[in-house]
Design a binder for this molecule. Structure first.
Ligand SMILES: Nc1ncnc2c1ncn2[C@@H]1O[C@H](COP(=O)(O)OP(=O)(O)O)[C@@H](O)[C@H]1O
Ligand SMILES: [Mg+2]
Length: 277
C-alpha cells in the first residue's frame, strides 16, 4: 500500500485540435499500417530518434480512429503499480485508484507508453498478457482480470539510439509487437512540417531543412543525436517571432545539440555555410 504522495506518472488525455485531427504529415505507409494493426488488435512498437514525429503520429492516429489516447512518459522509476494502480489512503480508509494503463483498458483507449525501455523491468509482467492474443490485464492487488475491449490498443515507443545492453527490449517483449521504424521525414515532407508548424515562409522552411540535411551528414563529431524535426520547428518559431535565422539556428540547433565548444564550432560552421548572416 502506498500513499497518494508516492511517485506519480505523467499521463495526459490528448485533445484533438478543434475542427480536425492533429496535423501529421505522413512519411510512408505508417497510417495504413497503424489502422491495420488497430483493426487486427495487434500492439505496435514505434522505433525512432527523438523529435521525428512519433508522438504526433500516435495523437493523429488516435483522433483518426476516434479513440481516446492515454500517454505515459516512461522514466527509470516507473513501476508496474504506477501503470496499473494502487490503493491510496484517504480519510482513514483505502481506495483503489486505477493507473493510466488500467484506465486505458477500461475505456478502450489507445495507451501510448513513450520510451518504454526506461521503465522498470517489472512493467513487462503487466504488458505481456495485454500484448499477446489474451489481451488481458490482471490486477493482482484487487484480484480483477480485465479483458481489453476491441477499442484498446497498446503502442510503445523507444529510441534505439540510446539503447544499451541494460536498456533494450527483451525478445519476449519485442516479439509481441508489430514494429514500425521512423526516421527523419524526407526533405519535402519536413519542409511542409516546418512551414505549417511554425507558420514560416516556404523559403525559411527550405533553408532550415537544407541545414538539417547538412548537419545530419556530419558523422565525425561527438553528437549523441543529430538535429531533429522538433528542433527545426523550434528554430522556425523563433524566426516567425522575429529573430534572424542565424540567431534562431544558434539557439535552437547548435547550442541545443551540444555542450562541447569544439562540436558547437563545427556545427556553427555548417550553419554559416548554409545560412548567410
Ligand atoms: N510528421 C510530422 N507531422 C507533423 N508534425 C511533425 C511531424 N514530425 C515532427 N513534427 C513536429 O515535430 C515535433 C516533435 O515531434 P514528436 O512527435 O513530439 O517527436 P517524437 O515523439 O518522435 O520525439 C512535433 O511537435 C511537431 O511540431
Ligand atoms: Mg515523443
Amino acid at each position: 500500500m502506498e500513499f497518494s504522495s508516492a511517485r506519480h506518472v505523467a499521463a495526459t488525455l490528448a485533445v484533438a485540435e478543434p475542427g480536425g485531427l492533429p496535423f501529421y504529415a505522413a512519411q510512408a505507409g505508417e497510417v495504413a499500417l497503424f489502422e491495420h494493426a488497430f483493426h487486427q488488435r495487434l500492439p505496435l512498437l514505434i522505433k525512432g530518434p527523438t523529435g521525428c514525429g512519433k508522438t504526433r503520429f500516435v495523437e493523429h492516429m488516435a483522433a483518426r480512429l476516434g479513440r481516446p489516447l492515454v500517454t505515459v512518459s516512461c522514466h527509470d522509476d516507473l513501476s508496474a503499480a504506477d501503470l496499473v494502480g494502487r490503493h491510496l489512503i484517504g480519510d482513514g480508509n483505502t481506495v483503489w485508484n486505477d493507473g493510466p494503463l488500467t484506465r486505458a483498458v477500461r475505456s478502450g483507449a489507445i495507451c501510448y507508453l513513450d520510451e518504454v525501455v526506461e521503465a522498470r523491468k517489472d512493467t513487462t509482467v503487466v504488458l505481456h498478457p495485454l500484448a499477446d492474443d489474451r489481451r488481458v490485464l490482471p490486477i493482482e492487488r484487487t484480484g480483477e482480470l480485465l479483458v481489453a475491449p476491441p477499442g484498446f490498443m497498446l503502442v510503445i515507443s523507444y529510441n534505439p539510439g540510446y539503447q544499451n545492453l541494460l536498456k533494450s527490449l527483451k525478445p519476449s517483449t519485442r516479439q509481441r509487437f508489430v514494429a514500425l521504424t521512423f526516421g527523419y521525414p524526407a526533405a519535402a515532407v519536413e519542409r511542409r512540417i516546418v512551414e505549417s508548424e511554425a507558420g514560416v515562409s516556404a523559403e525559411v522552411a527550405a533553408q532550415l531543412v537544407q541545414l538539417a540535411e547538412a548537419l545530419r551528414r556530419l558523422t565525425d563529431h561527438d553528437l549523441e543525436e543529430t538535429v531533429s524535426t522538433r528542433l527545426l520547428v523550434m528554430a522556425a518559431r523563433l524566426v516567425a517571432s522575429g529573430l534572424s535565422l542565424a540567431t534562431a539556428c544558434r539557439a535552437a540547433i547548435v547550442d541545443a545539440l551540444t555542450d562541447d565548444a569544439d562540436t558547437a564550432a563545427a556545427l556553427a560552421e555548417v550553419v554559416a555555410a548554409v545560412i548567410p548572416d
